[in-house]
Ligand binder design. Sequence first.
Ligand SMILES: [Zn+2]
Length: 370
Amino acid sequence: MNLPLLNSRSRVMMFAPHPDDESLAAGVFLQRAVAAGAAIRVVYATDGERNCWPQRVLERKVLIRDPDRRRWGARRQEEALAALRTLGIGPESVEFLGLPDQGVTDLLLAGCSETMRRLADTIIAWQPTHLLVPSTLDTHPDHSGLAVLLGIAVDDYLSRYGIERLQYLVHGASESFARRAHELPHSPREMKAKRRAIVCHVTQVALSRRRFLSYAKRPESFLRGDERMIPAGDGPIRAFTRDRAALRLHVAFALKPLRAEDTPLYLLGRDLVGRLRRLRATLPGRSARIDLIDCATGAIASVGRYFGDAFRAEILLPTHGFAFSRSLFVKLDRRVWFFDEAGWLEVGAIIPQMAMQRPPAIGTRALAAA
Ligand SMILES: [Zn+2]
C-alpha cells in the first residue's frame, strides 16, 4: 500500500461535501485513523438539505419548502453523527459549515472570498497533518466545487507545512483518478463496520440501498497530493500544457442533444497578489469555425471546428494576471441535468527553474580530481 501510515501524532481532517460522504469515501480510512490513535476532525460543507426526491417519498409530501429543507438538513446531520459514532468518532470531532447544498460550484464561480477564507481558517486553526478532500475530478458539482475552493484556498499552506493531501472520488468513473489512485484494502471486519456506518444514513439508503452498499464492497482509493500534475484529463479537455504565458488546451467532444449548445469554459486561480482570479469564455455551438473568443479580460486565441457533431479545438488561454507559482483549475461545463460530464482539471504550479536545480554536492570537485 502506498498510502501514508498514521500514528498517534497524526491529525486527520476530512472535508465532506454532504453527510454520507464520510462513510462512502473513507469509512475504512477513518477506522484506521481511530485505531492509530490519530486526532480526527470531520467537516461537512453542506447539510445535504436539497434532497427533494428522498424527502418527498419518505415524508409523503410533494411541495418542499425552506422549513422542510431545514428539517431535512438537521435529520441528515443526525445521521452523519450516528455514522461517525459507528466508526469510533464522537460529535466533538465534527463541524457543519452550512454551505448551500447543490450550490457549492455557484459559490466558487461567484468568487466567494468569504467562503474561501472560512475554509482556510478552518484548516489553519486545526493544523492537520493529513487532509482528506473530494477530488476535482468528481462529477458531482458540490464535490468538485469544494475541491477547487479548498485547492485555491490552501494549496500554498499545504506545501509550506508539508501537509499530505489525499483526494477521494465518490461520483463518476474518472480514469485519470483510477489510474493514479492508491487502494486501501480492507478486512471483513472493517467492511462490516463501514456497512453499519452507511446504513445510518437512513434517508439516503431508503431509495438507493444497493448503490450505497456497493461502496462498502469496493476498496477505498485515494490520490496523493503530489500526483495531481497529469498531462491529460478524462473529460472534453484531452490534454494541456502550461508555461508562464499561457495554458494550451486540446479539446474534443461530441455535441449532446439534451443540453444548450454553448459551452462555458472556466479558468480559476490566484492573481499576483493572492486574490481569486476568474476567467469565463464560451465556445459557441455549431459554429463552422472559431478563431477568436472574447472574454472579460481580453481575447482568447483558439482554432477549432465542428466535424458533424464532433468538435475539436486547440485553445490558447493567456494566463497573464494569474500567479504562475499557484495551481490553475479549468473546466468545460458540459453538464446534462445535474451531474457534470467531468470535473475540474488541476494544472499544477510552475516551479521556477532555479528551485528545481539541485545545489552542487559538496566535495564533487575533490572526487573528480582524485
Ligand atoms: Zn456527496
